[in-house]
Design a protein around this ligand. Structure first.
Ligand SMILES: C[S@@+](CC[C@H](N)C(=O)[O-])C[C@H]1O[C@@H](n2cnc3c(N)ncnc32)[C@H](O)[C@@H]1O
Length: 354
């Protein structure tokens, strides 16, 4: 969200002088910071309470050697790409459940039935049904994660504005961009190549986890440094990760264990509670988090438009760390569509506690 990857060179510059060989990226999101840390030769523990960020980290951070071949992609896509072969039960009435499409090779049609008229076109949705149902044919978790990550990125590229809050007739967003023209199958073959190219071994045993930051088994892994980039208390409900990315979260786990809210326009899944998103809970959550990780070097990524403010955060971190240092950088966030881009100038901080 918000072009955060632009801050990576600054994050690298700030972290380089610090003495650490293992690190927990406690809120990994897109995985970009975890991946940066991997390139810096660190042992990386990447964590997020959503599943799809864990899948991305599993593919690009934990995975040090596995790639997916062209033949394997063809095997997964066969049903969808064969002309004239119909997949799924498009048009079936009523509700559907992911369990409808269980066995490899049986495309079931759950995604198409559920999301037709909401996101993508029927062919793209059938393609998602085919590929997700055939994924168990790849029996390696890193291969599966790599395909899922490529699929997630394909969906983000094809969905106008990259968020799943908008649905139905999205022709007003069509500015002729190539990303909107390619089918999901075409996107996928490009994205697999990109992910394959990102796989490397940094000679460390890196791990990807899915869970709340408060449940991370700190004593088992004892990272030298903990990097924290929690969500901000939102200015509007639109900031919620599940609200924006529910489709990716569902796709990453085939909607297993998720309740689909069929009465919502975009077939959302319920929001996951995080104390960092609520004014009344955030201060206590920061306090508990700093206390939990007090034996590691702490690095908190935060911005001037967040809550609580810098003064409160440095005081909270100062309860557990004797030396607090604040690095600051101007950064522009971009909001909205191409023709109505609003830019908000904020200061980004890295608050370091040693
Ligand atoms: C600001 S984003 C992190 C962005 C990330 N640094 C990047 O480069 O993409 C915050 C992340 O925190 C996750 N999150 C929110 N509450 C959490 C919690 N209690 N425990 C773990 N992760 C949480 C969200 O799912 C989201 O991915």
């Amino acid at each position: 969200m918000g072009n955060k990857y632009r801050l990576l060179p600054w994050i690298e510059e700030t972290l380089t002088p610090l003495d650490f060989s293992s690190v927990l990226d406690a809120f990994s999101g897109s995985g970009s910071v975890s991946y940066l840390l991997k390139t810096m030769g660190k042992q990386v523990f990447s964590n997020d309470f959503l599943n799809f960020p864990m899948i991305i980290s599993r593919a690009a951070v934990e995975n040090s050697s596995v790639t997916v071949s062209r033949e394997e992609v063809q095997l997964l896509c066969r049903e969808a790409s064969a002309p004239g072969v119909s997949t799924g039960n498009a048009g079936a009435a009523g509700s559907a459940s992911p369990g409808d499409s269980a066995s490899p090779g049986d495309s079931g049609g759950f995604i198409r039935r559920t999301f037709e008229g909401v996101f993508f076109n029927p062919e793209d949705l059938s393609f998602l049904d085919t590929i997700t149902s055939r994924l168990p044919l790849l029996d390696n978790p890193h291969k599966q994660a790599l395909v899922k990550s490529a699929l997630i990125r394909s969906c983000v590229k094809k969905q106008p504005r990259g968020v799943f809050t908008i649905s139905g007739d999205l022709s007003r967003y069509d500015d002729g961009r190539r990303d909107l023209k390619l089918s999901l199958a075409e996107h996928l073959s490009e994205q697999i190549e990109i992910y394959n190219g990102a796989v490397f071994d940094n000679r460390r045993e890196n791990r990807a986890f899915c869970g709340s930051v408060f449940d991370f088994d700190y004593d088992a892994f004892k990272p030298d440094l903990v990097y924290m980039d929690p969500p901000y208390v939102p200015r509007s409900d639109d900031n919620c990760y599940i609200k924006r990315y529910h489709f990716l979260e569902g796709l990453s786990k085939n909607w297993e264990g998720e309740e689909i809210l069929y009465n919502t326009k975009v077939k959302k899944i319920p929001k996951k509670y995080t104390p960092f998103s609520y004014r009344k809970d955030a201060v206590d959550a920061f306090d508990r988090m700093f206390a939990k990780f007090r034996e590691s070097t702490l690095v908190l990524s935060y911005s001037s438009n967040g809550f609580p403010d810098l003064e409160v955060l440095t005081e909270l971190m100062g309860r557990y760390k004797s030396r607090i240092e604040v690095k600051e950088k101007d950064h522009r966030y971009h909001f909205g569509t191409h023709d109505r881009v609003k830019r908000a100038k904020v200061s980004e901080y890295l608050i370091i506690g040693r």
